[in-house]
Write a protein of this length. Structure first.
Length: 132
């Protein structure tokens, strides 16, 4: 997990929550039903540097549709290049996660790759002083 030092990957918390829906044992490991650990809560609340968020649509254990939010936060002072590496690492780690449901993996990877593509081609900027 040495790559995770580039950014605080709250994504991993989201992945753990998604994997938890697949197995009851993983749900028993959480401090309270549905509550993320305190360290994860603090990361979620301090996401000013770089931020990525998406919603994954799954079918819950009860057979009903369920939406789960997945968030990733960069670290304070992280460069844009480091953030891009963090996003690429997230794609890799998501693809390699054997516990995550395939449909969740596909949605997360597609959303993160779309964000990488968006950041790779910044919008044309208007010259300074330009007004409508």
């Amino acid at each position: 997990m040495e790559r995770m030092t580039r950014g605080n990957l709250v994504l991993m918390a989201g992945l753990a929550l998604l994997a938890g829906t697949a197995t009851a044992a993983a749900q028993d490991a959480s401090p309270a039903a549905g509550d993320p650990p305190a360290a994860i809560k603090s990361l979620i609340q301090n996401c000013d540097a770089h931020k990525f968020e998406t919603t994954v649509q799954m079918i819950g254990p009860d057979g009903r549709p369920k939406a789960s939010k997945v968030k990733m936060c960069g670290t304070e002072g992280q460069s844009d290049a480091d953030w891009m590496r963090t996003l690429k690492d997230a794609v890799e780690k998501t693809a390699e996660n054997p516990q995550m449901p395939r449909t969740a993996k596909e949605q997360i990877i597609a959303a993160v790759n779309l964000e990488i593509e968006r950041l790779s081609h910044p919008a044309l900027q208007l010259p300074q002083g330009w007004r409508e």
